[in-house]
Ligand binder design. Sequence first.
Ligand SMILES: NC(=O)C1=CN([C@@H]2O[C@H](COP(=O)(O)OP(=O)(O)OC[C@H]3O[C@@H](n4cnc5c(N)ncnc54)[C@H](O)[C@@H]3O)[C@@H](O)[C@H]2O)[C@@H](O)CC1
Ligand SMILES: [K+]
Length: 213
Amino acid sequence: MSKTVTIAEAREADQHTIQTIGIPSMVLMERAALGATQRLLDGDFDLTHVLVVAGTGNNGGDGLAIARLLHARHVPVTVMLTGDANRTSTETGQQLHALTYYHIPVVPATTAMDGYTTIVDAIFGIGLDRTVTGKFADWINAMNATGTPILSVDVPSGLNADTGEPQGATVKATATSTFAYAKQGFVTSSGEQYTGKLFVEDIGVYLNDVFPD
Ligand SMILES: NC(=O)C1=CN([C@@H]2O[C@H](COP(=O)(O)OP(=O)(O)OC[C@H]3O[C@@H](n4cnc5c(N)ncnc54)[C@H](O)[C@@H]3O)[C@@H](O)[C@H]2O)[C@@H](O)CC1
Ligand SMILES: [K+]
């Protein structure tokens, strides 16, 4: 396993790349989504009908970009949004706008998740900051209960990426496409039970830029 990072290090590296080097956040998001989409296209996933479950933070934005890239490859895709479309992060709002342009269906999240052949989990990434309860727990439990293969985006939603411990309801992924570096919690005996097969995508964020030798 190559270098792992804490959530704080991942955030610092992202911010350095965006603010100091000047690579726009949307470029990083597109690269992240391209990496994860390629895993879906290359892998053992059945892409007959993909469900993307997206949150309103930037992890959700990655998921929305994946939905757009799958649509461009003629993969049928439906998006469930777990929050208010008017209260998203800036980037996720831009991703939603692009989905509207392509008429990709976006519906409010429900627990009715049967009938899809692959689920993309883009609810929470490294921004998870409290225990997953209530509706979010219901959606995550419903995802796990389908038995449908799940690709988690960056982090299995609900997993504490520093400790590898579930923070309430947590997605049990078939595979995880994580961005830039594996997170510290993934290599613990608890964390590895949630990530499934781990892919690390190069999105143009490099620790050497932030912490030169
Ligand atoms: N520009 C960047 O910095 C990049 C970010 N990326 C993605 O962005 C993610 C981080 O995005 P964010 O910082 O927006 O965070 P997230 O999208 O992981 O989650 C933040 C949102 O979840 C809510 N939340 C947290 N815990 C919750 C809980 N238990 N119950 C209900 N709501 C909860 C927060 O209030 C916030 O609205 C990364 O994991 C990665 O997927 C990538 O696109 C690569 C570049
Ligand atoms: K996720």
